[in-house]
Design a protein around this ligand. Structure first.
Ligand SMILES: Nc1ncnc2c1ncn2[C@@H]1O[C@H](COP(=O)(O)OP(=O)(O)O)[C@@H](O)[C@H]1O
Ligand SMILES: O=C(O)C[C@@H](O)[C@H](O)C(=O)COP(=O)(O)O
Length: 336
């Protein structure tokens, strides 16, 4: 059953809006960051990772965002272009803003954390008038990432992008992407995330991210079905709740639910799971696959990324994901 209609006449498959940042992943792993000396630099930012994932899977992809007017900004735009991602919607900040940094700490495969430097970042200075209506209008799907709502003018730019998408029949996916360090008030966060979620066809988040959105509502047992049901009263057709190694659950507007277990993985670090899962799932939807197959594909994509040192660089091709699934089915991959 197809829950989302994609306009096949559109020239671009996927456009994401939000942050373009830098991941600095610790090279000396299995120790706290205080004991780390060197890092490897990758393009980062959840929406960037997802866009890179979609491009790596063969989707014609574009990006709407803002980069710093420095070497890091040029590193990011060069990387996007080398990965076939249109940067026509990426503008350069002229106010002296900087690139958001995510320092990652890998104390153990299951104990990872991210230290984010988010002050005066270029990505939150994206202006509404810098959002290209024609790029969004020409896409089958727009991805909105929640952290872009953390400050003006990026916040207003996102709402305008959503308006453009709805005006032009573009499917809208919302990756909640809650990063506490970027927000100043829990109430403000919940209000803006809810205002966006009401307008989106697909909503993806962890149980904790939905808990944040529900802070003014009653769901004391944190029941996924209560969480999902609310959104089908709005624009949503699919609501996905991610549960880490325990897998994920997808609810659809027709009342069905689909549970996916995770695949085994030789985990290096846990972050990057959500971005690769989102890319894999949304790719599957765009192929017209059943929900369960989309979830499995996303779950396998996640395993490939969490078994790697990077997020963006490690985003897999479709062939790699299919191969990973086949190897798991043959029992050739065991979890560590
Ligand atoms: N340790 C793990 N082993 C195997 N798969 C995992 C693991 N952690 C996450 N995944 C997969 O990645 C998906 C998203 O991970 P999750 O941690 O829930 O999202 P996020 O990275 O956004 O917090 C999960 O639903 C699961 O399929
Ligand atoms: O989103 C960021 O700014 C940091 C990311 O680049 C980093 O790779 C990460 O945290 C991935 O997030 P996840 O996939 O939600 O774990």
């Amino acid at each position: 059953m197809s829950y989302i209609t994609f306009d096949s006449s559109k020239q671009t498959d996927f456009v994401a809006i939000g942050r373009l940042c830098i991941d600095l992943n610790a090279n000396e792993i299995n120790r706290p960051m205080e004991m780390t000396s060197t890092f490897t630099k990758y393009v980062g930012g959840s929406p960037a990772n997802i866009a890179i994932g979609m491009a790596r899977l063969g989707m014609k992809t574009g990006f709407v965002g803002k980069v710093a007017n420095d070497q890091m900004g040029r590193f990011i735009t060069d990387y996007l272009e080398r990965n076939g991602i249109s940067t026509s919607g990426v503008t350069t900040d002229r106010t002296g803003a900087v690139t958001g940094l995510a320092f990652t700490e890998i104390k153990s495969p299951s104990d990872c954390s991210i230290l984010m430097y988010r002050d005066n970042v270029a990505d939150l200075k994206l202006q509404p008038e810098e959002v290209p209506e024609e790029l969004i209008a020409g896409a089958k799907m727009l991805l909105v990432s929640g952290t872009a709502l953390a400050a003006s003018p990026s916040r207003e730019a996102v709402f305008l992008a959503i308006d453009y998408a709805r005006k032009h029949g573009v499917a809208i996916a919302f990756d909640i992407d809650y990063r506490p360090y970027t927000w100043s008030s829990d109430a403000e966060t919940a209000v803006y995330y809810n205002l966006v979620a009401e307008k989106c066809d697909i909503i993806v988040g962890t149980r904790e991210e939905f808990d944040m959105m529900e802070r003014f509502e009653r769901n004391p047992e944190r029941l996924d079905e209560i969480t999902a049901a609310k959104w089908f009263n709005y624009a949503a057709k699919i609501v996905i709740i991610k549960h880490g190694k325990e897998g994920s659950i997808a609810y659809t507007k027709d009342g069905a639910s689909h549970r996916a277990v995770s695949y085994p993985a030789k985990v290096v670090k846990t972050f990057g799971a959500g971005d690769s899962y989102a890319a894999g799932f949304l790719y599957g939807l765009m192929q017209g696959w059943e929900i369960a197959r989309c979830m499995s594909f996303g779950s396998a994509a996640a395993c490939i990324v969490i078994s790697s040192h990077s997020c963006s660089d490690a985003m897999p091709t479709a062939e790699q994901v299919h191969d990973y699934i086949a190897r798991c089915e043959r029992g050739e991959i065991t979890a560590t």
